[in-house]
Design a protein. Structure first.
Length: 557
């Protein structure tokens, strides 16, 4: 893992520790809402909070902000736990939930009502919106704002008891309807929702609003530094106001710029749309920036951590190039992934001067970047496959691969010369007839002559058929927030974001690969055995190409 440089948040925390603030303790948390799966943007927040806790010998909580039962599901809770474990984060025994504190939150709300700082509003949602005002005009006080404390306590208790229908009443904080900060204009604290909660069942029919709940959760857990993305900066005065009204521990909220990645979508709403409308095959589709999708595609926790470290932490909004994410996984897999022979678009090659029934075991290097990886035996025989694009019948000047009369090196094996081209009735090339130079064993020139290309290959008799899925960028434009008028991000889905190839040829041992096994198909890219992969039908996903082909394609346009 790459070293983590000091940023403005770590500078603040270091000063707090040196000044013995919070008794010199550091306690962070990651508070996901279980209404979708985590994506690469969440990974930045997760790893920032966790790494800081580790660096300063502190504690890290995983706490679910499960305050909206209408949108939350246990399926997402379990997926989030799996994702954060996969990243390598350890919350020890501190797996917590906002719902753990519903009783305490209600007690605190009653305190505010008794202090005259909260009231029950009986306006409709539309009326509340209409009286909220605008950025340029102040809001208007609710006609229910001056209800007596006794009436507010009575109504709030009856709300809790389930006496009222959804939308008939809300509890609001009494702050300032003329505040320039719209969030301080008597914000909602509770709304009535007769909905079953995945943890508390039907115990509650009123649920706390996020802004009311969030600071209290941090306070109850003893969080020292509440690290959140920059869109919550405007919420900080409200976060502080609530805690200031109560005699409770007061964490410090610090905001940082969220991670924005081009050529994809980074909002739960858009991701949910892609899943619900079946544009993709679920939350773990390898085209998505979700952690489950990246994991299925073949990304490693180390590559995600290194990517986040490269991006860094700042207050400035920026958009990160998707190529940097791909570069991070290439760096890891180049050092760790074994090399294998695979052919995606097979073209048969018959070595006419090779013995019919002879099979030779060729030594092949498993990973040239890892001296300890050793070698393996690869069978070489009379009939082989090469990539169809590695042959041209009438090659242009700068095409250095195989053509009629041309000689190339077959990796680790021999020099091969093409003599004849066999075609079917439609003029389609079906096989090549070639000869090999027995004196060039190991791909070494016997007499000093040079060839301009080295091709990968696979023995036809020993290859296993596989399905290979080639994934690419999901969106064709870098930014889905600035689109043509009348267009949505769905109008810019890349039609080539997934190509499925059948009857690809892979080394036989790859049929035994467990899902998640990563390797490099020589010359073709890094690949990962998919969750669907079986011994009978191996399935491999392309994690990333060997270099950024997308950038080159875009530059040509």
């Amino acid at each position: 893992m790459e070293s983590i440089s000091k940023d403005f948040i770590r500078t603040i925390i270091e000063e707090d520790v040196q000044n013995n603030k919070n008794g010199g303790k550091v306690h962070t948390r990651f508070p996901p809402e279980p209404n979708g799966q985590m994506h690469i943007g969440h990974a930045k927040a997760i790893l920032l909070n966790y790494n800081i806790a580790v660096e300063y010998n502190g504690k890290f909580n995983l706490r679910f902000d499960d305050t909206n039962p209408e949108k939350e599901e246990l399926e997402f809770v379990n997926a989030i736990i799996e994702d954060i474990k996969w990243l390598g984060c350890d919350w020890e025994d501190r797996l917590l939930h906002a719902s753990d504190y519903f009783d305490k939150m209600y007690e605190y709300a009653v305190q505010l009502v008794k202090a005259g700082k909260a009231y029950v509003d009986s306006q409709s949602a539309e009326e509340i919106r209409e009286t909220r005002g605008t950025v340029k005009t102040p809001g208007k006080n609710s006609p229910y704002r001056n209800r007596s404390i006794e009436e507010n306590l009575d109504l709030f208790a009856r709300m809790k008891a389930g006496e009222f229908e959804d939308g008939t009443h809300v509890l609001r904080a009494k702050i300032d309807m003329a505040s320039p900060n719209m969030l301080l204009r008597d914000p909602l604290m509770y709304r009535i929702r007769h909905a079953e909660h995945h943890r508390t069942g039907n115990k509650w029919c009123i649920y706390p609003i996020y802004d009311w709940a969030h600071g209290l959760e941090d306070s109850i857990e003893g969080i020292t530094h509440s690290l959140c993305s920059l869109e919550f900066e405007a919420h900080r005065p409200l976060y502080n106001w609530y805690l200031d009204q109560l005699d409770v521990h007061h964490p410090q909220q610090i905001e940082f710029a969220r991670l924005n990645l081009n050529y994809t979508v980074m909002s739960k709403r858009k991701l949910s749309t892609l899943v619900e409308e079946k544009v993709v095959d679920g939350w773990d589709d390898p085209r998505l920036p979700t952690l489950s999708g990246l994991r299925r595609r073949g990304f490693t926790p180390e590559s995600i951590q290194n990517f986040i470290n490269k991006v860094g932490v700042s207050k400035a909004h920026s958009v990160v190039d998707y190529a940097l994410l791909e570069h991070s996984i290439r760096e890891v897999l180049n050092k760790t992934a074994p090399r294998v022979m695979s052919v995606l678009h097979p073209l048969k090659v018959v070595i006419t001067n090779y013995p019919v029934d002879h099979v030779e075991e060729i030594d092949a290097v498993n990973n040239p970047e890892d001296p300890t990886a050793g070698t393996r035996k690869v069978p070489f025989s009379k009939v082989l496959y090469i990539e169809r694009e590695d042959f041209m019948e009438d090659p242009p000047k700068k095409f250095f691969r195989l053509g009629p009369g041309r000689e190339v090196r077959f990796r680790y094996a021999y020099f091969i010369r093409c003599n004849d081209v066999v075609k079917d009735d439609n003029g389609e090339i079906t096989e090549l007839h070639c000869t090999y130079d027995p004196a060039s064993k190991g791909g070494k020139s016997p007499d000093g002559r040079k060839v301009k290309a080295t091709l990968h290959w696979i023995s036809a008799a020993h290859a296993v058929d596989a399905e290979v899925r080639l994934y690419d960028r999901l969106i064709t434009v870098p930014d889905t927030n600035n689109l043509e008028e009348g267009k949505t991000f769905l109008d810019y889905i890349n039609p080539d974001s997934l190509k499925v190839l059948q009857n690809c040829k892979i080394e036989a041992h790859l049929a035994e690969a467990e899902p998640g096994f990563r390797c490099q198909f020589e010359r073709l890219g890094y690949f990962c055995a998919d969750l669907d992969s079986t011994k009978e039908k191996p399935v491999f996903n392309r994690t990333v190409t060997l270099r950024d082909t997308w950038a080159r394609m875009q530059n040509k346009k």
